[in-house]
Design a protein around this ligand. Sequence first.
Ligand code: G3P
Length: 224
Amino acid sequence: MELYVDTANIEHIRHAAMLGCVSGVTTNPSLLAKEDPSVDVKQRILEIHELIGGHLSVEVVSTVTKGMLKEAEDIISWFPEATIKIPIIPDGLAAVKELSKKGIPTNVTLVFSPTQAIAAANAGATYVSVFMGRLDDIAISSNDVLNDICEIWEVQDYESKIIAASIRHPMHIIEAAKAGADIATVPYKVLMQSLKSPLTDSGLEQFLSDYDKMQTERQKILNI
Ligand code: G3P
């Protein structure tokens, strides 16, 4: 399972890109709205693209097919490798169909059920983003929904890649990997949490202190 970072924050993306374990970035209008509003969206997206050099999903804000297609055209003119993120609404599905005919990659977002995922796959979505945290927020098990979708993908041999999104904690990453999601897109804070273990910290401290002791002993023995 690949890891993407789910943010529009330049410093976080710069650091995540350096880590070597992140191969893409997903953004959405809310994530863009968290950042400095004086920076133009196109400029921010291009900066993110340059930093990550891999997958980058950029979401449309129109809710009608024609508007979505126009926005997709604009985004592609900024950088041709863009993946166009489109909500799973009827107009969105129609836009996905059109873009897929032209070979433009799409990421169908705000997916909360297997039936929505199936519709997105049939419309030709390249990626389908299943929102885990928001399902758990309303007491629907995101683990069950994701497992159902992954099972259907296996049986039906759908080509769209499954992105586990709305990840809130490291357990979601583990559940997504076990279910068979292709990608987990993770907020920066959760990504950093997922790398940490108190045993790593204490283990490293012990290694370094043992090495120091050995060097001190050696200096004593050799009189240096
Ligand atoms: O990838 C989708 C994500 O940005 C939504 O996350 O935490 O707002 O549900 P959240």
